[in-house]
Design a protein around this ligand. Structure first.
Ligand SMILES: NC(=O)c1ccc[n+]([C@@H]2O[C@H](COP(=O)([O-])OP(=O)(O)OC[C@H]3O[C@@H](n4cnc5c(N)ncnc54)[C@H](OP(=O)(O)O)[C@@H]3O)[C@@H](O)[C@H]2O)c1
Length: 267
């Protein structure tokens, strides 16, 4: 599994992680993904999957990188601290590697939210602070209230069918050394569906490139995401077979020509 630096932290993380929103699979499937090198697992208090993640990492805590999230409804100072404690309990660990704010919520002063996030790092309960679904202004404002720690990642929707962040967010994060964690990187499975080939030219291009690389369409779609050195992707699958397939989207690279053809087809 190819590793990438998380922000400017010096800490290396897997470029393909395991998403767990609506995860219905077993702990053993996550464990298989971890064994194949997908050692970054993404969860959230709002997913109700922290306990299955906890089960999957039992006995191998230090080999995995756990990213979880505080809900946008719990951004008051005390609520952030309480949510973190509850996540730690469900995950069965005494530290969270990356604690992310799931959504911005203007009902709560971001100054107080960030004060709580900093406090969690000070107390050793959280290693790194991240955000999710934040635009540039929201990142800047959040960072302005964090004196001692950088925001190291922004988890946002990014896939061949949704490239809107390429306009401004990706260049900004590249400049600031903020890792983009691409969610819904398979467009909820739409980029893997053979039956869509008959409907659209872009899917034909994806399929042709998959054939040329002897990979699946899903693997090409994930490799396209991670072809940017600041991007890691967190596909979710309930199935062992598809988890193995998704892990196989690392350790090789699409050529520049393939990337150009994909960008052109999915423009
Ligand atoms: N921060 C946020 O607001 C936010 C929002 C959405 C998602 N996320 C994170 O991002 C993760 C991934 O996003 P997502 O779950 O929305 O979408 P996704 O990973 O793009 O797609 C998941 C769907 O694709 C299917 N699938 C997975 N691998 C496949 C493969 N190799 N071939 C064919 N089908 C495949 C899955 O079905 P099976 O399970 O049956 O394989 C599932 O239906 C989430 O689990 C979550 O951790 C974060």
């Amino acid at each position: 599994m190819q590793l990438k630096e998380l922000g400017n932290t010096g800490v290396m993380v897997a470029e393909i992680g395991l998403g767990t929103w609506r995860y219905k699979g077993e702990a053993a499937t996550l464990r298989a993904g971890i064994e194949l090198g997908a050692t970054l697992i993404d969860t959230a208090e709002g997913y109700y999957t922290e306990d299955v993640v906890g089960e999957a990492i039992k006995g191998i805590r230090d080999e995995v990188f756990i990213a979880t999230k505080v809900s946008g409804r719990h951004l008051a100072y005390d609520d952030v601290l309480q949510s973190a404690e509850e996540s730690l309990y469900k995950l069965g660990t005494d530290y969270i590697d990356l604690y992310q704010i799931h959504w911005p919520n203007y009902s709560y002063p971001i100054r107080e939210t960030m004060r709580a996030m900093g406090e969690l790092v000070d107390r050793g309960l959280v290693r790194f602070i991240g955000v999710s679904n934040f635009d540039i202004d929201e990142i800047e404002e959040a960072q302005s209230f964090l004196n001692n720690y950088p925001i190291v990642s922004n988890q946002v929707r990014y896939n061949l069918n949704d490239r809107s962040i390429e306009m401004d967010l990706i260049p900004y994060c590249e400049e600031k050394g903020i890792t983009i964690m691409a969610y819904t990187p398979l467009d909820d499975g739409n980029l893997t569906k053979q039956e869509r080939l008959f409907k659209s030219n872009k899917m034909k291009v994806l399929s042709e490139i998959a054939d040329e690389c002897s990979k699946t369409m899903g693997q090409v779609a994930l490799n396209w995401c991670t072809s940017n050195k600041h991007v890691i992707a967190i596909p979710k699958s309930n199935s062992l077979e598809r988890t193995v397939e998704n892990c196989g989207s690392s350790d090789w690279r699409l050529s520049d020509e393939h990337i150009l053809r994909l960008n052109d087809a999915f423009s």
